[in-house]
Structure formats: C-alpha cells, structure tokens
Design a protein around this ligand. Structure first.
Ligand code: IPE
Ligand code: IPE
Ligand code: MG
Length: 251
C-alpha cells in the first residue's frame, strides 16, 4: 500500500497474527437460530479481517477454521461446515488472488473429500507467487498432531543415519512443523470469551502475546482488530530478559 501523509508508523505492528475464531454457534443461538447459521456469518467476519490485514500490511494472518477435534461435532454441523468451506473457496479465492494475497493451508488434508483437497491445492497454486498478505487457514489442524508428525519425520532421519539424536535441536523441530518458513505469531487473538488454546499452534505460540475478547466471532470487526493491535503495542516483549535489558536494547 502507498504511504499516505499522516499515516502512523506501523513498524511495530505484529508481523504475524493468529486468530481462534470462536463463538459462531452462540452468535446464532442468541438470535434463536440453529447453531450452524453462525458459520456463514463467521465467514463475513473473516472477509473483514482479511481486508484489514491486507490494508495494514500485516505479513501473515493465520485463522483457525476447523480443529482436528471438531470432527466430534454433530454429523450435520460437520457436513455443513465442509460445504461452507468448499463454497467459500469457490467464491473467494479469485478475489484473494486479485488482491495479491497468498493462500496456504495447514492441517491434515487427507481427511477431507477429494474435491475439497483438489480445491485447496488449486487455490494454493494459483496464489503461490503473491507477495502481499499470506493467509494461512488451519483446517483439520491440531498442535499435538503437528508436533507428532515433526517427531516422526525427525525419527525417520535418525533411523536412516542422516542425523544423530543429539543433533536434534529447536531449530530442527521448528523446521519440521507446519509453516516452518513463516515467523511465529506475534499476536494471538481469541474471540468468543474462552481463554484457552484448544490445540492451536502449540509450539509456535511460545512467546506470542495473547488477546482475548468476549465478542462472538460473527460480530468481530476491523475495529476490534485495531483495539487488539493497540493493546499489543503497549506490551513489553521480554523473551526472558529484564525490562531494563529490553529498554537498553531498544535505545
Ligand atoms: C467457531 O465457532 C467455529 C468452529 C469451531 C468451526 P463455534 O462453532 O465453536 O461457536 P461456539 O463456540 O459453539 O459458540
Ligand atoms: C477452536 O474452537 C477451534 C476453532 C475455532 C476452529 P472450539 O469451539 O472447537 O474450541 P473448544 O472446544 O471450545 O475448546
Ligand atoms: Mg467454540
């Protein structure tokens, strides 16, 4: 985006924002609608947030769309969610591409239908050279599973004699997880009032700043995002150091 006169300095803005979009079901129930009606309303909130991040030059936005535990929901809700996932990709990917947004997916794909898997692959391929916002959709994602797959991968390398056990370090583990090439989230947001991670990016959230709001996801606005960012900007990220050390480093 072009710098406009009066634009504030955004150099301290989070580079990577990760969101648990929670509260769709309750949003619908509050309106005496079936829970599933909350999900299409949630997609509208996704569009607002993606637009905001693209305009504010955020590098990466990761959205938790469907957890590996969400298969436990009633069959009808799961099948409606799958339909909505497909429909949203069909309707929105071209627009994302036009806006220079790169789309990526994390999570295990093989549990999705062939047609969804194909659409995911096509969408990633279409947008792979886009240099604007990277939009990561966590679909059938679980943090435990992510780490488990990384461990399997590393164990295989040990078995083949490519590495020794004591060569396994944090960098290697991080590099074996999903999205190894992207920075860890700076800011984590969860809507819907719950204060838990629900098996989201367990490893990658080690030093992320957390922001919780009671607002239900379909009510989530660009302004809420700005409030979360403003709150983030007041935090002192110490990464284990003392406040004095951090301040002398930034001078
Ligand atoms: C989040 O909203 C969307 C998904 C998990 C797919 P919920 O459906 O969890 O909404 P609540 O938490 O039941 O209100
Ligand atoms: C987390 O929400 C997963 C997504 C938003 C996709 P849930 O509604 O599934 O989380 P819990 O079950 O309340 O922890
Ligand atoms: Mg929920």
């Amino acid at each position: 985006m072009q710098e406009k006169p009066g634009d504030m300095d955004k150099s301290h803005y989070p580079k990577h924002i990760a969101i648990i979009m929670d509260g769709n079901g309750r949003w619908a129930q509050k309106r005496h609608l079936p829970r599933i009606m909350g999900h299409p309303a949630g997609v509208k909130a996704v569009k607002r947030v993606v637009k905001f991040c693209a305009e504010e030059d955020i590098q990466v936005l990761t959205l938790f769309a469907f957890s590996s535990e969400n298969w436990r929901r009633p069959k009808d809700e799961v099948s409606k969610l799958m339909g909505l996932f497909m429909l949203t990709m069909e309707k929105e990917v071209k627009r994302l591409h036009k806006n220079n947004i790169r789309l990526r997916f994390i999570g295990e794909r093989t549990d999705f239908s062939e047609s969804i898997q194909l659409k995911m692959a096509e969408s990633e391929q279409l947008t792979q050279d886009n240099a604007g916002l990277t939009l990561v959709i966590a679909a059938n994602y679980g943090g435990h599973r992510d780490i488990t797959l990384a461990v399997q991968d590393i164990a295989q390398q040990v078995k083949e004699g490519i590495i020794a056990p004591d060569e396994i370090d944090e960098t290697m583990i991080a590099g074996s997880l999903s999205i190894p090439d992207l920075p860890d989230p700076d800011l984590f947001i969860r809507s819907g009032g719950e204060k838990r991670i629900s098996n989201f990016l367990l490893w990658q959230l080690a030093y992320t700043e957390f922001y919780f709001t009671d607002e239900l996801w379909p009510d989530f606005k660009a302004e809420t995002m700005q409030v979360a960012i403003d709150d983030f900007l007041t935090r002192e990220r110490r990464f284990g150091r003392t406040s004095e050390q951090v301040q002398s480093m930034s001078n």
